[in-house]
Write a protein that binds this ligand. Sequence first.
Ligand code: NAG
Ligand code: NAG
Length: 376
Amino acid sequence: MQHVILCLQISLLLSSFSYSMQAQYTSIFSFGDSYTDTGNKVILYGPAAADLWINKPPFGMTFFGHPAGRLSDGRLVIDFIAQALGLPLLPPSLAKDQSFKQGANFAVAGATALKTSTTRPALYPQLAVAGGAVPPPNNISLADELGWFDAMKPALCGSPQACKDYFTKALFVVGELGWNDYGVMVVGGKSVAEAQSYVPQIVATIVAATEKLINDGATAVVVSGISPMGCAPGNLVLLASQDPADYEPDTGCLKGMNELSRDHNAQLSQALTTLGGRYPGARVTYADLYGPVIAFAAAPTRFGFDSALRDCCGGGGGKYNFNLSAACGMPGVAACPNPSAYVNWDGVHLTEAAYHRVADGWLRGPYANPPILDTA
Ligand SMILES: *[C@@H]1O[C@H](CO)[C@@H](O)[C@H](O)[C@H]1NC(C)=O
Ligand SMILES: *[C@@H]1O[C@H](CO)[C@@H](O)[C@H](O)[C@H]1NC(C)=O
């Protein structure tokens, strides 16, 4: 009997807890790149395109049972956040015939922080065509995503004041950005030091976007840092070095790319603290993507993973299983039978199991301060 009462009390506690969460945020608006995209890239590219590998099995195999516009085997961090807040999984902002009243996701796989029209032709000539332009759909940057957000406002709220009232009850998430800036520079042949010289400019762009959202009425903005780029199997293969000193002894990740990630994160979190100080009515939260992923790399089994540096879905074999010519989704490239035992899905992106752990760290701590679910 006592047991029954105790269970009843616990379930009451839990239900009032989740009710307060649902009451707090009525929508989510998010931005970012492939760590956050829930379908925009597939829409932009054309879902039927024969060479759109991210829209082929085994993408989506674990949760959706089919490709679902996400670069993973299942849900992303943003999906776990939506579920924890009692909201639907976020529709991609470019979806047709869709209500966005409970939120929209403007993220696009491949998106850069800096405008590609001004930076990418020079920094990543492989992507540009003659004349120096990067063709669509690979030319989307954070500025475009903000433009799509502005264009959606009339469908969400009628006047600037109505929008402010509406966005006060929304959670804004600026997902990971910067990988596609730094990564393309370095994989395209620039030195890590040269890529690192862009950190202040990239951080300033992300912080300016955050400030724009606050000026539009956002009172809760979570901004993600970057993951340890030196731990991605794709980078470990494409940027492989003969010199053991280029690798971190405790994780096996690439030192230089991880230093670049840490520099970006340190400058971003500091700038966000300064920004938050200037807007006392807004809650600006830095969310750490580096801490959890480096912890997985240092001790995968502590978190239930067999492997951190070898991806689940790829045709490379060996230590990292990454191969640009046999990438996840390409014909004949299979996934491992147990994605939840892996941190990395396809060489760059994480598995649903890893994203779930990251999301828990943002929702409940310790990887966001204050945690998203901390309403105090
Ligand atoms: C992307 O490329 C297309 C075609 O060249 C162009 O119309 C569009 O404006 C570009 N977008 C950006 C943001 O540069
Ligand atoms: C990479 O994929 C190509 C194409 O399938 C294959 O010929 C090659 O052997 C693969 N490389 C490795 C290291 O597995």
